[in-house]
Design a protein around this ligand. Structure first.
Ligand code: GLN
Length: 204
């Protein structure tokens, strides 16, 4: 048998494809051996084993989730145990509460935390930093683009990384995990480091 015919189909991973950096996430997932399913309809949620909510604009994604009739179905899928990764705007969408949202902005919830939107202030609108990845103490290069941070979280939320010295003197959680739900304030899809996506695949 040739190498090609021996390859098996990897896990089917959805990327919410309403807005934002869908392609970059799809590229990383494909590189890790997953089969990517762009999700725009509720029926597509039944075909996937994990879901990525990309960065982009959380206010727009919130409106489109409702316009496409997807919001309740995504909430139900997450409640039902579908592993999920939200980055940047996706982190905002996974938060139970938002600070700095626009009038009427809703989230999907899923992680008992409060996230501050556009938290870092103008001077650090976009930055690249080396974070300590707490699960193994290694370094993780992280790109922040008009990113949120986690303002508050329940005791059973695991903090995977924090960032200090951005906007105020405190260290803020910028990557968290709650069961099968992962959220990062940074964009793991553009750093070339695939460990966050691998963590999602490991939760399947
Ligand atoms: N500031 C954006 C929001 O609130 C997030 C930015 C991003 O995803 N890069 O949705």
């Amino acid at each position: 048998m040739s190498e090609q015919t021996k390859q098996t189909e990897g896990p089917r991973v959805g990327v919410l494809a309403l807005q934002g950096d869908v392609r970059e996430h799809a590229a990383v997932l494909t590189a890790l051996g997953a089969t990517v399913v762009p999700v725009r309809r509720a029926a597509e949620l039944a075909q996937i084993q994990a879901l990525v909510i990309p960065g982009g604009e959380s206010t727009t994604m919130d409106k489109l989730l409702r316009a496409f009739g997807l919001r309740d179905a995504v909430i139900a899928a997450i409640d039902g145990g579908l592993p999920v990764l939200g980055s940047c705007a996706g982190m905002v969408l996974l938060a139970r509460n938002i600070e700095g949202g626009i009038e009427g902005q809703q989230t999907l919830g899923g992680i008992p935390m409060t996230v501050r939107r556009n938290a870092f202030g103008r001077q650090v609108d976009s930055s690249e930093v080396a974070l300590e990845w707490k699960p193994d103490g290694s370094q993780m290069h992280a790109t922040f683009i008009r990113a949120p941070w986690v303002e508050a979280y329940d005791a059973d939320v695991e903090v995977l990384a924090t960032l200090a010295g951005a906007g105020d003197d405190e260290a803020h959680a910028v990557a968290v995990r709650y069961g099968k739900r992962i959220a990062t304030a940074f964009h793991p899809e553009i750093s070339g480091d695939h460990r966050v996506h691998q963590l999602l695949l490991d939760l399947i």
